[in-house]
Design a binder for this molecule. Structure first.
Ligand code: HEC
Length: 133
């Protein structure tokens, strides 16, 4: 008999804890928590790499150069992708004859700078996010 009672108390407590932990996290800050944050060092490194590579077509301010690369600061495409998707896009580029290409000009894989590592590109993405308008 005594054992049974203990079990019930344990169960009720368990449920109470579960309910409390579910309710406790609703503070309206959930969407903010999903936004990745980048350290100033990472953004600075991305900036420096961007100025050696991507700037050639996207301009040093990321605003794009005519007939070379698109404006990245106002790009809805950039805004709509997660970091992982953006990483995949930059790794692969977009050929001029790709049906999804919007300018008829090729975006080369890694911008044509094959020495860029995935870490380098992550930093560049942090920089690109920092100049988004
Ligand atoms: C040789 C020129 C060139 C270089 C260098 C280059 N890009 Fe691009 N990039 C383009 C072109 C052209 C497009 C547009 C492709 C299209 O029409 O869909 C583009 C598109 C993009 C887009 C998608 C923008 C959108 O709104 O569709 C991103 C993101 C991007 N480039 C990132 C980079 C990054 C990061 C680098 C440096 C690692 C880089 N690019 C280097 C030419 C270049």
């Amino acid at each position: 008999m005594g054992k049974r009672k203990k079990l019930w108390i344990g169960l009720t407590l368990g449920i109470a804890v579960l309910l409390a932990s579910c309710g406790g996290s609703s503070g309206g800050s959930e969407s903010e928590a999903e936004e990745p944050t980048y350290s100033p060092e990472m953004i600075a490194e991305g900036d420096s790499l961007f100025q050696q590579t991507c700037f050639a077509c996207h301009g040093s301010d990321g605003k794009g150069l005519p007939n070379l690369g698109k404006d990245l600061t106002t790009s809805e495409f950039v805004r709509s992708l997660t970091d992982a998707e953006l990483q995949a896009y930059v790794l692969e580029g977009r050929a001029a004859d790709d049906p999804l290409n919007t300018t008829g000009v090729a975006m080369p894989p890694k911008g044509g700078f094959s020495f860029l590592t995935e870490d380098n590109i992550s930093s560049i993405i942090a920089f690109v996010r920092s100049i988004q308008e």
